[in-house]
Design a protein around this ligand. Structure first.
Ligand SMILES: *[C@@H]1O[C@H](CO)[C@@H](O)[C@H](O)[C@H]1NC(C)=O
Ligand SMILES: *[C@@H]1O[C@H](CO)[C@@H](O)[C@H](O)[C@H]1NC(C)=O
Ligand SMILES: CC(=O)N[C@H]1CO[C@H](CO)[C@@H](O)[C@@H]1O
Ligand SMILES: [Fe+2]
Length: 485
């Protein structure tokens, strides 16, 4: 592979040149009329459509033309105009097959070659030829991004990850959009070879202040999804993007993956939205979508169902807590809680910590449709629960909740004074990512230190429940106490 990408974020583009930067792959689905697809997105100074040609070994080459868009942010102290984002959809690809691809200038009359790489397609829906393997983490940032991405992509036992899942808080641009461009360039070696899916967190929606310290709240404003929506090539229609509805689902191999937006209904800096009818309507729309989505899962094809989102509810670290009830982790009045009324929270309102409100209605839906695991980030640590039904261990009907937010942007330090019995494993001593391996028989989960590659915690879920595997962590492990959620 040759690279033109420059790592200098704000250098911009030479006018007239067609540099290709930020090359990253996503998974495409029938939702965007591209079944068994891969989307190739990249940035360029040129707004002229380009060509992505692709072929599997021994097969003839096909090509797709890019669609092109850009965005700008205008405020008195700060203006930003994005490069042109090109997206090509490569559809109806063969399952678990290596494809070469090449980006070239121009449409019909193909010009200069600008970028070349390869990817392996994820297993198609229901395929059990190989195990289904994902690399998962939240809260990445720029400081340790390559360690984190390499660890996510590594997979397990010789099978590389077929897709990477980012559980929100990608670049920590916080309104300083050049940081997004820098971030996708930093990760291009991985992003251009394995599809990445994900969901926004607070730093893509409600958090301003910029990427660099000291934070400047008067210069950089909350992004209200815009940087995220233009770059993360998740399988979402243009209409959904326009409405800022970022939740979606995808079937990969044996797993149905549901990505939920904890910030649905928020509008960036405009905090007056929180609690409004419009806000509640957006929340109800996602809830209805979730029910429809989960009720149509074909468990014969995808026996495992994962929910992936940003904020953890069953979290025993001492930050990012929220309470609707006098007893932590209980929700005695779900309607009140769903509307964002946190009767017993001393430090967090729904505007900042929406997961209590969401749990008030989501948990019943998760339980009704037999979701196997709910995986979140936001808290810069790792934690795993026993199977839980409403704050009680239930090995038969319960759901395992995982926090995997130690993606590289600091670690949280302290835990709650009272740790519930459902908290099985927790550590924040290092940066770590989570690898998930699904076969017909079990769902194995390994959380591995990014640097020394030690398995911190591992377990598998089978028909008979949870089986603990290796564990090498200090239960009370505190990190560097630098938690920026
Ligand atoms: C950004 O653009 C606005 C509108 O054109 C202008 O008033 C403002 O001065 C610009 N700010 C900077 C820092 O260039
Ligand atoms: C990976 O290999 C190890 C060592 O052979 C084995 O214990 C483990 O079960 C394997 N994991 C999976 C998911 O195949
Ligand atoms: C976090 C918080 O405010 N907890 C309070 C919840 O309500 C009980 C009973 O009123 C208080 O004792 C807690 O301090
Ligand atoms: Fe967060």
């Amino acid at each position: 592979m040759f690279k033109i990408a420059s790592l200098i974020a704000s250098a911009g583009f030479v006018s007239g040149a067609s540099l290709v930067e930020q090359v990253h792959l996503g998974a495409a689905t029938s939702e965007i009329d591209c079944d068994d697809g891969i989307s190739v997105e990249f940035a360029s100074a040129s707004d002229k459509p380009m060509t992505v040609s692709y072929s599997a070994k021994g097969h003839s080459s096909k090509s797709a033309t890019t669609t092109v868009e850009s965005y700008s942010v205008t405020s008195t102290p700060y203006n930003y105009t994005s490069p042109f984002f090109h997206t090509a959809l490569l559809c109806d690809l063969k399952s678990t097959t290596t494809y070469s691809y090449e980006i070239t200038e121009g449409k019909e009359e193909r010009g200069d070659s600008l970028f070349k790489s390869k990817f392996v397609t994820p297993p198609s829906r229901g395929s059990d030829d190989v195990p289904t393997v994902f690399g998962i983490v939240g809260d990445i940032g720029s400081e340790h991004i390559m360690d984190t991405l390499k660890s996510m992509a590594a997979g397990m036992n010789g099978t590389a990850a077929q897709a990477l899942f980012v559980l929100g808080d990608y670049a920590y641009a916080n309104g300083q959009h050049e940081q997004w461009d820098a971030w996708y360039n930093q990760g291009q070696d991985i992003f251009s070879t394995v599809p990445t899916l994900g969901i926004n967190g607070n730093h893509e929606t409600i958090k301003g202040g910029g990427a660099t310290k000291p934070k400047d709240k008067n210069k950089y404003f909350a992004e209200n999804y815009i940087g995220y929506i233009h770059r993360s090539n998740n399988p979402i229609t243009a209409a959904q993007k326009k409405a800022l509805r970022t939740y979606f689902s995808v079937d990969i191999g044996l797993v149905h993956c549901v990505f939920l937006d904890d910030y649905a209904g928020t509008r960036g800096e405009d905090k007056s939205f929180i609690g409004s009818q419009e806000w509640l309507d957006e929340r109800n729309l996602q809830l209805k979508w979730l029910k429809d989505d989960l009720s149509s899962v074909k468990r014969k094809k995808t026996p495992w169902v994962l929910v992936l989102k940003h904020n953890p509810y069953y979290n025993t670290w001492n930050k990012h807590q929220c309470q609707c009830d006098t007893t932590r982790f209980e929700i005695s009045d779900p309607e009140r809680c769903w509307k964002g009324i946190y009767d017993n929270s001393s430090d967090a309102a729904v505007a900042k910590q929406p997961h209590c409100a969401n749990q008030a209605k989501f948990e019943d839906v998760f339980l009704k449709y037999g979701v196997n695991m709910v995986i979140a980030g936001h808290v810069h640590a790792y934690e795993r629960t026993a199977p839980i039904v409403k704050n009680k261990v239930d090995n038969k009907k319960g759901i395992v909740y995982i926090t995997t937010g130690a993606g590289g942007h600091g670690n949280i330090c302290d835990r709650l004074d009272m740790i519930p019995s459902w908290s099985v494993a927790a550590t924040s001593k290092s940066f770590a990512t989570t690898t998930l391996v699904a076969t017909e028989d079990d769902l194995s989960v390994y959380t591995i230190d990014n640097k020394d590659l030690i398995i911190l915690d591992s377990f598998k879920l089978t028909e008979d429940g949870v089986v603990d595997l290796q564990r090498n962590i200090d239960q009370n492990g505190g990190g560097d106490c630098n938690d920026d959620d």
